[in-house]
Structure formats: structure tokens, C-alpha cells
Write a protein that binds this ligand. Structure first.
Ligand code: CAA
Length: 389
């Protein structure tokens, strides 16, 4: 029985900044950001969008009433949790009106949480073939104004429905993984911005990719020539280029893999790092933008969560009947965004939802998403489903 991703949905907030504007504001050559980092735009989340609302907006792009009833597990991968105790999956279950006969929980391991969730979901459906699992990765990546990491910020969520006989991608066995306690990127409880040793984190990413890819080749006797595309966790799109350079040569097959990577990085370059969802945004980007996607294509996926955990696994493309519908949806969402000046972005960046016990009400007059945050009352976050009267 094949098990994997049957549906996928994406949401990113309605604001963005242009990387040329950011470069000018930071006295950098724009080509450093556009070429050296490989980012063109960056999503900016208003205070009314957090991981719960972004995940709900992403999942709502595909969930039917029947899907909602069949979901037996809700797995929320995130780096940007909203509560020290309660899982974001609980809020998501309520907002999306999912079945209560479900396990709902959150997974944290930097950018890796959604991959842990996906693998757990696949194992669960193999044991329970009638069940579905909702896996989401949602994050707001914050490094701080005028820091080296600023150009790699972003915000968004990817939601996936995992089922038997999936339409989009069958997830294959085996998968190879490597973990080690390192300090390349972390976020102490008292901080809302990550602490990162940027160049060390780049090196660790490559090191973990090399280790898991070599392990995969040994286990399966497969080589690069057995794959039609390689997809990566993309903290910024140049990181994928750095990883591909370690395995590609100048032969024809390598050229083909480079060409596929162009499609796989398109959306990530316009959104920025969305941590847990980043690899799956790249998958979506490739499915939507490559003209070579065919049923049976074999894809390699590398997931990396600082701290650090790496995993390499493979997928087989299914009939993918709805992939062009998804492309229209995402293209429209990205085209409808509003450009912010750098001053406006800095104001939004600094106006975070208050980390305090007092009640507050947010200005939601310009929200156009289905799900958004209204404020806080009696220490409880209050979310709004705009479809509810
Ligand atoms: N034209 C073209 N290219 C230029 C240029 C110009 N005018 N000026 C500089 N460049 C190039 C540099 O040569 C360099 O390219 P290479 O990496 O290929 O050598 C690139 O632009 C970046 O330049 P720097 O290394 O000088 O940039 P920096 O020190 O200011 O910061 C960074 C880069 C370390 C990635 C920083 O943005 C950062 O810390 N980001 C956050 C951490 C991160 O994303 N790490 C990734 C691995 S960890 C991970 O994946 C988990 C996660 O999601 C966080």
C-alpha cells in the first residue's frame, strides 16, 4: 500500500518587503541579497497572523467536510510556539472544526518538526489505512532588524493531508537521519528572535546533508541518477545551491537536476524562510512550477532542523491531478500581497503581540484572511473564523 501526501496547501500573510529596498536600507549591494543569498521578497506577518491562524488558512485551502471527519491525528510542527504548555494543534482543531476523535499535539525541533510529523503520519496510516493525518508546519522566522539573518526572515504555513494511495507524493522507505547536539541556531525562552552562528549553521547544514545522503546511497545502492529532482529545506535559496554543488557534476543528468531546482526555489525566494514549512513549500513550488513533473518521478528530500537534526528521504510522484489548481491558488496569493516600505516593515516587526497578562484587542480592520487573531482575554488568545457569523 502506498502512503503519503494526498493534498497540500500554503498560506503566507498579505504583506511583503522587496529585498532591493532592504539592501538599500542596510547599505548592502542588492546583488548580495538577490544573488549571494538568493531571495527576492520576504513575507511580513501582521500581529493578527500567528502560527495557528496561518496553519488554519493553509489547511482551509483544501479540507473538505469528509476530510475533516477522517482526520485521526493533527500534528503541528513549529519553532514559534504560542503557549508554553498547550499545543497549537488544539486551537487548529477548534478553528477548522476537525473531528474530536483525534490525537492532537505539537512537535518542536527547529525547522525539522513537520518532517518528524510527516514520518509519524506515514507510519500511522500504514497501520490504519482508512485514517488520514493533518500535518502542518507554520512559523514566523525572526532574526532582528539590521542583523545578518534579517534577509532570511519570512512567514507562512504549509498543511498536508497524509493518506493511503495519495494523489501527490508517496513517501518511500528507507529514510536516513543524523542528529547531534550543536549550537548553530537556537532561541532561549526569553527571546522572540533566534540566536544564530550563521556561517557555522551553513557548514552544519552541508555536513548533515552529506552524512544522510551518503548513508542513503549505502543503504539503497541508489545514486543521484536515480532521482528526477532534489528538494531541500531552504532557509534561503542559495543554501540549496550550496548543497547541490556538493553532489552535482557537469554531466547531462546534473544539468537536469539544476533545472528542476529552479522551479523548486521559486516560491521560497518570494516568501523567505518559513522554518518547518520550508522544505514543503519547495516541494509545492516544484510541483507547481516545473513543466517536467510526471507520475512516477522519483524525488529526494532533505530536511534540516538546527540544533540539529538532518533527514534524507525519497518520494514518488502520484497522479497529482490538482497540482495546477494549487499553482493558480499560490500564484494569486503571492500576486495579491501588499508591498511595505522598510519603515512600515520595521513598525510591524516591533509591534508584536504583547507578551503580558493584560487583556488586549487588536486592530483587525484590514484583515482579509479567513482566520486571524482578535486579541487576548483572561489570559486566553481569541481567534476569529471569518466564515462564522
Ligand atoms: N553580489 C553577489 N554575491 C554577493 C555579494 C554581491 N555584491 N556580496 C556578497 N555576496 C555573497 C557572498 O559571497 C556569500 O556567498 P557564498 O555563501 O556563496 O560565499 C553570500 O553573498 C552571503 O554573504 P555573507 O556570507 O558575507 O553574508 P552574511 O555573513 O551577511 O550572512 C548568512 C549570511 C550567514 C546566511 C546569514 O544570513 C544568516 O545568519 N542567516 C540565518 C542562518 C541560516 O539561514 N542558516 C542556514 C543554515 S541553518 C538552517 O537551515 C536552519 C534554519 O532554517 C535557520
Amino acid at each position: 500500500m502506498s502512503v503519503g501526501i494526498d493534498k497540500i496547501g500554503f498560506y503566507t500573510p498579505k504583506f511583503y518587503i522587496d529585498m532591493v529596498d532592504l539592501a538599500h536600507a542596510r547599505n548592502e549591494d542588492p546583488n548580495k541579497y538577490l544573488v549571494g543569498i538568493g531571495q527576492t521578497r520576504q513575507a511580513v506577518a501582521p500581529v493578527t497572523q500567528d502560527i495557528v491562524t496561518m496553519a488554519a488558512n493553509a489547511a482551509a485551502t483544501f479540507l473538505t467536510a469528509e476530510d475533516k471527519q477522517n482526520i485521526e491525528m493533527i500534528i503541528f510542527g513549529t519553532e514559534s510556539g504560542i503557549d508554553n504548555s498547550k499545543a497549537a494543534a488544539m486551537y487548529l482543531q477548534n478553528l477548522l472544526e476537525l473531528s474530536h476523535e483525534a490525537r492532537a499535539f505539537e512537535i518542536k525541533q527547529a525547522c525539522y518538526g513537520a518532517t518528524a510529523g510527516l514520518q509519524m503520519a506515514v507510519d500511522f496510516v500504514k497501520l490504519h489505512p482508512e485514517a488520514s493525518v493533518l500535518v502542518v508546519g507554520a512559523d514566523i522566522a525572526r532574526y532582528g532588524i539590521n542583523t545578518p539573518g534579517e534577509v532570511t526572515q519570512g512567514a507562512g504555513a504549509v498543511a498536508m493531508l497524509v493518506k493511503s494511495n495519495p494523489d501527490l507524493v508517496e513517501i518511500e522507505e528507507p529514510s536516513t537521519f543524523y542528529s547531534e547536539d550543536i549550537m548553530d541556531f537556537w532561541r532561549p525562552l526569553y527571546r522572540s528572535e533566534a540566536i544564530v552562528d550563521g556561517h557555522y549553521s551553513n557548514n552544519m547544514y552541508i555536513d548533515f546533508f552529506t552524512k544522510t545522503w551518503e548513508q542513503y546511497q549505502q543503504k539503497t545502492n541508489q545514486t543521484m541518477n536515480d532521482f528526477d529532482a532534489f528538494l531541500f529545506h531552504l532557509p534561503y535559496t542559495k543554501m540549496g545551491i550550496k548543497a547541490l554543488r556538493t553532489i552535482l557534476t557537469d554531466d547531462d543528468h546534473s544539468q537536469k537536476i539544476w533545472q528542476e531546482f529552479e522551479a523548486a526555489k521559486k516560491y521560497n525566494a518570494e516568501v523567505g524562510n518559513i522554518y518547518t514549512g520550508s522544505l514543503y513549500l519547495s516541494l509545492l513550488s516544484w510541483l507547481a512550477n516545473s513543466t517536467n513533473v510526471k507520475q512516477g518521478n522519483h524525488i529526494g528530500l532533505f530536511s534540516f532542523g538546527s540544533g540539529a537534526q538532518g533527514e534524507f528521504f525519497a518520494g514518488r510522484i502520484g497522479p497529482a491531478k490538482k497540482r495546477l489548481e494549487i499553482k493558480d491558488q499560490v500564484d494569486e496569493m503571492l500576486a495579491d500581497r501588499t508591498l511595505l516600505s522598510i519603515d512600515e516593515y520595521e513598525e510591524i516587526f516591533n509591534a508584536r503581540k504583547p507578551f503580558e497578562s493584560a487583556d488586549y484587542q487588536l486592530d483587525t480592520s484590514s484583515e482579509n484572511a479567513n482566520y486571524y487573531l482578535l486579541g487576548q482575554k483572561n489570559h486566553q488568545l481569541i481567534y476569529k473564523n471569518a466564515n462564522e457569523k
